[in-house]
Design a protein around this ligand. Structure first.
Ligand code: SF4
Ligand code: SF4
Length: 81
């Protein structure tokens, strides 16, 4: 059986995030970045640059110590080989 899924959404809860940057370091697609929205360190957020390059490995979700990331997937096609 083959299952193809597409990324629907990556939700990052900025209120929970402690800015450890583990998700950025863990992402094999290198699509997570840190962005400062102005001045203080509390204004730094984790952003996904190109969701289309995400292949839903969930490394970022698993490594986050405060469960701030949720990778949601949508199953697009299931077919027998
Ligand atoms: S699910 Fe994998 S590829 Fe997608 S953002 Fe997270 S670590 Fe990167
Ligand atoms: S791993 Fe979690 S807590 Fe650490 S920077 Fe990423 S989202 Fe924030």
């Amino acid at each position: 059986m083959r299952c193809i899924s597409i990324p629907r959404k990556i939700i990052i809860n900025h209120n929970l995030c402690i800015r450890c940057l583990k998700c950025i370091r863990s992402c094999p697609a290198e699509i997570l970045i840190q962005e400062n929205l102005g001045g203080k360190i509390s204004n730094e957020i984790i952003k996904i640059t190109n969701p289309n390059l995400c292949f839903e490995c969930r490394a970022c979700e698993v490594i986050c110590p405060v469960f701030a990331i949720n990778v949601m997937c949508a199953v697009k096609n299931i077919s027998a080989p």
